[in-house]
Design a protein around this ligand. Structure first.
Ligand code: MN
Length: 417
């Protein structure tokens, strides 16, 4: 049987106030075409968390999600659709429409299901049907686990890691008990596994950071495939082909511009993994970091930006490239943003990040004098240290004079009762 594994849609995401709505609509439209691919249509769709970008997604993002589910069901009446919650999702919000989604036969697990205060593992497991309609696999659909969700486990080992292990063990045991010979075991999760590569800016560390990276041995060798969400770069964990992040379908920060965004087509043969194939997602909006080979002095950067082709007259606003501009500064440049924006005039791009690197020595205010105490430094000394952090040489006399005028003004205000 074939699974499509995807995650980290982050519907409702904005990049510096720029909506991603039409990019998401493009992706979901593309995904619908994959569901009805005449050559290799999937038998199940697994969405491993971070459906939404925030716990309070805009109504438009929720409408997009429901429109997708309803279209998917209409196009593929027999498709198994399993969705789990991520750390960006509100578990309760994902779970709230379950009575309606039950009618569509869409299985959503927003948060860890409980019954009478106890984990209810039966809600975590679902049969997956192969092309003939017979059960071909069982999925253990575990959502993002918050520390408060975890069972208390005593004994050796980190209590959080062992709590996660206990949840998977209980659910996997139940799935093992239900499956017939020849049926595969599949797990889902939204977590940070040891050995994964992080994106620079768009993933939050979960379960308290790196020290809580989960070990791949949560998934014994009888688990044919593990569909993970959370890391935005598609990757197999620790070189194990079975345990995979599909990555996000769209770049969610400029740092992800060079990822090859994808969903994964997973083939199971009987109880075993047969193969994993990346299906690359469309990238309707270019992401540019300029200059391409790193920060340069402002004049050189302005030349690079002015040399960009002018925007085609027919370009709709949502297709304008997202741009990060990287500048090397060697002194104060109060009109930096204005100059960059002027150089980009007419280029039809969206400036989402202006990265100014300064050639000062980068020292902290108290560097070189560990005993320095703000109460023992004059305001001018603090000002000089702050200057030295970002700029070479002494501060200009006019700037010092302006600083003292401000200081006198503040002192005069403090004197007034
Ligand atoms: Mn995410």
């Amino acid at each position: 049987m074939r699974l499509l594994h995807t995650s980290d849609w982050h519907l409702g995401h904005t990049l510096r106030d720029q909506p991603r709505t039409l990019e998401h609509a493009r992706f979901l439209g593309w995904l619908l075409t994959r569901l009805i691919d005449p050559v290799d249509p999937p038998d199940a769709l697994l969405v491993a968390g971070d459906v939404y970008d925030s716990a309070n997604p805009p109504a438009s993002a929720q409408a997009m999600f429901y429109r997708f589910l309803s279209a998917a069901r209409r196009l593929r009446p027999q498709l198994d659709i399993i969705v789990t919650g991520g750390n960006h999702d509100s578990a309760a919000r994902l779970d709230a429409p379950q009575p309606l989604l039950d009618a569509l036969d869409v299985h959503v697990v927003g948060g860890l299901p409980r019954h009478g205060g106890q984990l209810d593992p039966a809600r975590l497991i679902r049969p997956l049907h192969g092309p003939t309609g017979a059960v071909a696999a069982w999925v253990v659909a575990v959502p993002f686990l918050r520390p408060a969700d975890l069972p208390r486990v005593t004994g050796d080992g980190d209590p959080l890691v062992e709590g996660v292990r206990a949840v998977y063990a209980q659910a996997l045991d139940l799935a093992r008990a239900r499956r017939a010979p020849g049926q595969a075991l599949v797990a889902m999760g939204h977590c940070f596994m040891g050995g994964g590569r992080l994106s620079e800016r768009s993933e939050r560390k979960v379960l308290g950071g790196n020290q809580h990276a989960l070990p791949p041995d949560l998934f014994p060798s009888d688990v044919a495939y593990v569909a993970l969400g959370h890391l935005h770069l598609a990757q197999a964990v620790g070189g194990d082909d079975r345990i995979r992040y599909s990555g996000s379908p769209l770049p969610l920060s400029l740092a992800e511009a060079h990822y090859r965004h994808q969903v994964l087509q997973v083939t199971l043969r009987g109880p075993d993994l047969d193969g994993v194939l990346p299906l690359y997602t469309p990238r309707p909006v270019p992401f540019w970091r300029l200059p391409a080979d790193g920060p340069q002095p402002l004049e050189a950067v302005e030349a690079v930006l002015r040399a960009l082709p002018d925007a085609p007259a027919t370009q709709p606003p949502w297709r304008k490239p997202f741009v990060e501009v990287r500048v090397q500064l060697d002194g104060p440049t109060p009109d930096l943003r204005r100059r960059v924006e002027a150089a980009l005039e007419g280029k039809g791009v969206r400036l989402v990040r202006l990265d100014a690197q300064r050639s000062g020595d980068g020292a902290a205010l108290a560097d070189g004098d560990a005993t320095a105490d703000l109460t023992q430094l004059t305001p001018e000394a603090v000002f000089r240290r702050r200057w030295a952090r970002e700029h070479p040489g002494e501060p200009p006399a006019a700037l010092l004079k302006a600083f003292h005028q401000l200081l006198d003004g503040v002192a005069a205000e403090e004197d007034t009762p």
